[in-house]
Design a protein around this ligand. Structure first.
Ligand SMILES: O=P(O)(O)OC[C@H]1O[C@H](O[C@H]2O[C@H](CO)[C@@H](O)[C@H](O)[C@H]2O)[C@H](O)[C@@H](O)[C@@H]1O
Length: 251
């Protein structure tokens, strides 16, 4: 994609870098979806772009993801100033800050046992455990999707304070009341994010809360594929913002 076409895809922020705070989703947005969660590839150009944007915005760059914080540290070491992990269950507001964890219901052991059994019975299904959640991945076994959903529905997770989210080739069980919109609002409470306009970009239903919150705060809430056709186009836009001052920023 040429610089010219990437610039025309979506509106540039109508505010300068000094007023912007990047709050970015990870999987399916910054990086392409991969066969398994540990197989995603982070190109060196992306590291350079994010570092430049962070510095350009006075550090105001956060990753807002469904993944645990440790995984962001692994894939983007030292890059984001803050990280909202597990959709906001875990918040680290600065690079050296402590991780705050919401006080949430404990996942019943019985669900974990049954999920492990399902994975054993259906090779290709994998279980991802989080601090306050569980993901049943079926990308490696698409024909198990319905059966897994029926099993999860049978657990009646709502009665225990959780809910089931349809994710990309996965069913995710996460705590009620936790979402990326709350994570965006919470990040804005502290420096260097305070008073800035969030630029939130995602690709999945779980990102819509973040998009809504960013727009409500006078920022930009953007989605792939609605606003960018794909990951490369979105990255090209970020690269243009990292490199440019005037027209790329619409100011
Ligand atoms: O909020 P995000 O940063 O978009 O994270 C959402 C979930 O991403 C991961 O799963 C998804 O991406 C994997 C790698 O591309 C893919 O193999 C899987 O099928 C997708 O569902 C991650 O494993 C989850 O914990 C995140 O919640």
């Amino acid at each position: 994609m040429s610089d010219e076409s990437s610039r025309k895809l979506v509106s540039a922020p109508a505010f300068p870098p000094s007023e912007a705070a990047f709050m970015l989703d990870f999987d399916g947005a910054l990086v392409e979806i991969a066969p398994t969660p540990d197989a995603v590839v982070v190109p060196p150009e992306l590291i350079r772009t994010l570092t430049t944007l962070r510095d350009k915005c006075g550090g105001a760059l956060a990753i807002v993801t469904g993944r645990p914080i440790a995984q962001v540290d692994h894939f983007l070491p030292g890059i984001p100033f803050a990280i909202a992990g597990e959709h906001g269950v875990a918040m680290r507001r600065s690079p050296d800050g402590a991780t705050e964890r919401a006080s949430l219901p404990v996942l019943p052991a019985q669900w974990l046992e049954q999920a492990d059994k399902l994975a054993k019975d259906w090779p290709g299904v994998t279980i991802e455990r989080k601090q306050a959640g569980l993901v049943l991945h079926f990308r490696g076994r698409p024909d198990s999707a319905e059966l897994l959903r029926q099993a999860v529905d049978g657990w009646q997770v709502e009665k225990s304070g959780f809910h089931v989210q349809a994710a990309k080739m996965a069913w995710e069980i996460r705590p009620e009341g936790i979402d990326k919109g709350h994570a965006v609002a919470s990040l804005l409470e502290q420096a260097p994010f305070t008073g800035r306009r969030p630029i939130f970009v995602g690709d999945d239903v779980t990102d819509l809360d973040g998009v809504r919150e960013a727009r409500a705060r006078g920022g930009l809430g953007l989605m792939i594929p609605d606003d960018f056709p794909d990951v490369p186009a979105y990255r090209a836009w970020l690269e243009a913002l990292a490199g440019g001052e005037g027209d790329q920023w619409g100011v």
